[in-house]
Design a protein around this ligand. Structure first.
Ligand SMILES: NC(=O)C1=CN([C@@H]2O[C@H](COP(=O)(O)OP(=O)(O)OC[C@H]3O[C@@H](n4cnc5c(N)ncnc54)[C@H](OP(=O)(O)O)[C@@H]3O)[C@@H](O)[C@H]2O)C=CC1
Ligand SMILES: O=C1OC[C@@H](O)[C@H](O)[C@H]1O
Length: 369
């Protein structure tokens, strides 16, 4: 029997910071270690604001692989005919402009979270992607990890009954007093603050447990929120938001903080009529999940509990890369797992939370209003 040749998918990497580093390390992990035989990733080009930084990155992350082209600009990556898709790992407020340039060069795009700075930018980006017939996805890596896929299956299988409530928090102490005010976590010019950086993660669990339910029928939740801002630069240090999904009679209570560590224990609890699913911290890459079943619906008495561990070779960013390669080679312009509707939902919620919290970005940061 003839074996199918894997797709060799060629990436152009935009920027050389933290996330670009860990993403590229994952691209270089042998896909067979995660049971993937249909895709092979190739790093074709790396673009940085300086060619020295691009070359340093190639040396450090890819062992100096001479087949990788290092460029001293992002534009050269977009123009490179050996690049199938561009991965954008710049700070939030550059996602829109970088993705626009990539799309205009007819490249498929995987753009870091949050997809853009605001909803209007994302609408404009999606219209442009449609015009040029290219694939676009927000890099919501958590949704593609084995734990998220398993949780989705358990919810669909139905033994837990209807979901009622999601609690999720992501907190991290970024040592705000001792980092430069130009750090992307603090700088309003870079979309600093807890919401845009950490908010996508509590939200992804609400999307999985509530938004994705067929009974929700892609219903948009109402949002109620509050923000505490740091006097250092005025960005949000602590943000709490609730989402109410009227179509399914369920809600989510979500929070994110950049000036305190997490409390330990589960970072996300998905609560159903017949039990719970507990997601340990860090909720962006949980290494296990626990399902609890009650002795009878609504009792709260746990009769049976099962913890399943998930072993991943690599950092967990490669699953989303596999999805991009598969979608593009199948001629799709969006993923069915993390489609445009979910990126749009996230940006709509973040716009609303910022509006309710009075977090106004400096003039010129939002490229589309
Ligand atoms: N999915 C995940 O797990 C994570 C996602 N992220 C997301 O990735 C994005 C980048 O975060 P992170 O990698 O931590 O950031 P870093 O500051 O580590 O890297 C950002 C890179 O962007 C480039 N860049 C271009 N313009 C600027 C500018 N004006 N200021 C600073 N950097 C600039 C630089 O690369 P160069 O000099 O080469 O041009 C820089 O190294 C964010 O949107 C964040 O939300 C971040 C962490 C984890
Ligand atoms: O996506 C992310 O996940 C981990 C955090 O530490 C980081 O700031 C954020 O961008």
């Amino acid at each position: 029997m003839a074996t199918q040749r894997p797709i060799v998918f060629r990436w152009g990497i935009i920027s050389t910071g933290h996330i670009a580093t860990v993403f590229v390390k994952d691209l270089l992990v042998d896909p067979q270690t995660r049971g993937v035989a249909d895709v092979v990733h190739k790093v074709a080009a790396v673009g940085s604001r300086t060619v020295e930084s691009a070359q340093q990155f190639i040396n450090k992350v890819a062992g100096g692989d001479t087949s990788i082209q290092g460029y001293g600009s992002y534009a050269e990556v977009y123009a490179d005919p050996n690049v199938d898709a561009v991965y954008i790992g710049t700070p939030h407020t550059f996602h829109y402009v970088n993705a626009v340039d990539a799309i205009k060069a007819k490249k498929h795009v995987l753009v870091e979270k949050p997809a853009t700075t605001n909803l209007a930018e994302l609408h404009a980006l999606l219209a442009l992607a449609k015009e040029h017939g290219v694939f676009l996805m927000e890099a919501m890596w958590t949704r593609f990890q084995p734990v998220a896929l398993a949780v989705r299956r358990i919810i669909d299988e139905g033994s837990l009954g209807a979901p009622i409530m999601v609690h999720a928090d992501l907190s991290s102490d970024f040592d705000l007093e001792n980092i430069p005010k130009t750090n992307r976590i603090l700088d309003p010019l870079l979309g600093g603050g807890a919401l845009l950086d950490l908010g996508p993660y509590p939200l992804v669990w609400a999307i999985i447990a509530l938004y994705e339910l067929p009974a929700n029928n892609r219903g948009i939740p109402s949002v109620s929120s509050s923000m505490v801002k740091t006097p250092l630069t005025g960005v949000d240090a602590n943000t709490a938001f609730t989402l109410n999904f009227p179509a399914i009679g369920a809600q989510a209570l979500l929070s994110c903080n950049i000036n305190i560590p997490g409390v330990g224990g589960p970072g996300a609890v998905l609560r159903f009529r017949n039990g719970n699913i507990l997601i340990p911290t860090p909720i962006f890459h949980p290494k296990s999940y626990t399902v609890q079943w009650f002795d009878k619906p609504g009792s709260g008495v746990v009769e049976r509990e099962e913890t399943v561990k998930s072993k991943v070779v690599g950092g967990g960013w490669h699953f989303q890369a596999d999805e991009v390669a598969r979608c593009v080679s199948a001629g799709k312009t969006e993923s069915e797992i993390w489609g445009h509707d979910k990126a749009l939902l996230a940006m709509a919620i973040f716009d609303e939370v910022r509006a309710q919290g009075g977090y106004v970005l400096p003039d010129g940061v939002e490229k589309v209003l």
